[in-house]
Structure formats: structure tokens, C-alpha cells
Design a protein around this ligand. Structure first.
Ligand SMILES: [Zn+2]
Length: 274
């Protein structure tokens, strides 16, 4: 499942190709029922210029000259692929946009096998509504340890649940959270009321370390994720404890539990429950 570093990687690459391009054509696969009005979608997209490409949490945003926004969320199995015109079809293509920039023509293909993701066009007020759903990101340099702690304790729950709650902290996903908790020596079921200022400091630092490393390694490719060009990321080769059986720090057996149905790894020795 693409998390912040994966979506960041796609967005950065896409910005180079799509910014200042013109949308020439839009195709929607007839099996894709999430777009309810294909003609309306075409009318709103074709002949628009893509002014900027950016990211909000795990949403990829293409801002258009009309003032509207294309929003793509990859959810579980979504892919966004950039192909030269005439490239063979990709699996599970749902929406395809033809872009022209300086005489070069590309197809931006939104593919999604299980269709939990979305491809949407939002007007300004719908876009503002989307923005209001997300908490700050750990990578935001203005986020202080103090603010981070206040956000964490504002939800009475296990620390892992809060970190995955996008309305509290945006962009952190399961594998990055699992590894960050291990670095910060915090047991994933620790109740937020037991967190100290020092925990928040360590955890924010560990979260930034994992997200920045994930970005450097172009994301995690465990199952479906590939980048804009169909290539895999490398972060799965640098997991700290996620998917491991033996702790790399103390050689103890790693424990596996489920929290909110998400697989969670921790070392009882390095992350004792208080
Ligand atoms: Zn350990």
C-alpha cells in the first residue's frame, strides 16, 4: 500500500513531466463505474493546462488552469503510470489522460485492480474540504515536539492507532510506523496517556528518519507498489523490524500482533510495555 514516501516519489517525478502540459484526451474504461459521468469529466479536463503537481498526505494533486483539481488516491492496489504514447496497455487501466508538453506526448494511466483507490476531479470547495481532513505531516519542519505530543495525546488510544489516524498525523502508514516505534523504543500498544515529552521527541525524529529514508529509497515494494515508470522501490531492503523474525538490535525473537487488523511487529526486549 503506497504511503507518504511512495506517493511523494510519484508526485516529484510527475511534476517534471506534467507541470505546464496540456490535457489533450481523457479515456475512461467502461468497467470503471466510479466515474459516473464520463462526458462531464472530459469537459472539465480536456484543453486544461496542468499548472502544478503536488501531494497532500497520500493524495496526488494536479492543479488545473480552470481552478479545479485532479485528485488521485492509490489506496491498496492503485498505480499511476506515465507511458509514452503507444506503449502497450497496462493491467487494470481505469482512467488514462493524454498530456502534451513541448511536442512530447505522454499517457498518464491510473490503474487499480481492486478499485479501493480513486480518481476524482474536485472544485475549490470540495478541495478545501479534502484539505481539512488531514492532520500535519511529520515531515513538516514547523511541527514541534510539543505540538506532536499534544496531537498524540488528543486521541485516547494506542500509539500505533494514532500514528495511522490520518486526521491526526498525515501520511504515516503501517510499515513506517512499525519501524519508527522500534527506533523510538516504544511498544506499539502503549496508551497515549503514558507518553512523555521525550517519547514524542524520539518518535518525531524516528518518523522523519524513516520517511526520509523511504523517499531516498523510492518507497517500499512488497507487493503492488511501483513508481511512475513501473519500477520498484528499495525500502523493503532496509526495514528495521517490519516483517522480521529476529530483532536486529538484540537478537531476541520479534513478536507479531494485530492492532486494528494491521500486522504489527515489535521487540519485547527493546520496546517493553510500560
Ligand atoms: Zn530487540
Amino acid at each position: 500500500m503506497p504511503e507518504l514516501p511512495e506517493v511523494h516519489t510519484i508526485t516529484k517525478d510527475l511534476a517534471r513531466y506534467a507541470e505546464n502540459s496540456i490535457i489533450k484526451e481523457v479515456k475512461v474504461n467502461s468497467e470503471y463505474k466510479k466515474v459516473t459521468n464520463v462526458e462531464d469529466l472530459k469537459r472539465r479536463l480536456v484543453n486544461n493546462k496542468v499548472t502544478t503537481v503536488s501531494r497532500i498526505a497520500k493524495n496526488i494533486i494536479l492543479e488545473l488552469s480552470s481552478g479545479e483539481y485532479i485528485v488521485v488516491h492509490l489506496a491498496m492496489t492503485g498505480r499511476l503510470l506515465l507511458r509514452k504514447q503507444g506503449h502497450p496497455a497496462d493491467g487494470w487501466e481505469r482512467v488514462s489522460i493524454t498530456l502534451e508538453k513541448k511536442g512530447n506526448i505522454f499517457e498518464l494511466r491510473y490503474c487499480d485492480m481492486r478499485m479501493f483507490g480513486k480518481f476524482d476531479v474536485l472544485n475549490q470547495s470540495e478541495f478545501n474540504n479534502l484539505l481539512s481532513k488531514y492532520g500535519p505531516e511529520p515531515l513538516n519542519p514547523n511541527l514541534t515536539d510539543e505540538q506532536f505530543l499534544n496531537i498524540l495525546i488528543s486521541k485516547k488510544s494506542s500509539i500505533k492507532n494514532v500514528l495511522l489516524d490520518q486526521s491526526k498525523i498525515a501520511g504515516m502508514g503501517n510499515a513506517y510506523v512499525t519501524d519508527a516505534l522500534w527506533i523510538a523504543k516504544i511498544h506499539p500498544t502503549t496508551h497515549t496517556t503514558k507518553l512523555t515529552k521525550k517519547d514524542a521527541t524520539n518518535l518525531l525524529k524516528a518518523s522523519r528518519e524513516m520517511l526520509n529514508e523511504g523517499i531516498k529509497n523510492r518507497g517500499i515494494s512488497m507487493s503492488d507498489y511501483v513508481d511512475l515508470f513501473g519500477k520498484k522501490g528499495n525500502q523493503q531492503n532496509f526495514f528495521r523490524i517490519y516483517s522480521k523474525t529476529i530483532c536486529t538490535k538484540c537478537n531476541n525473537k520479534v513478536e507479531f500482533i494485530k492492532i486494528n487488523n494491521r500486522g504489527t511487529y515489535f521487540c519485547p526486549e527493546c520496546q517493553p510495555l510500560r
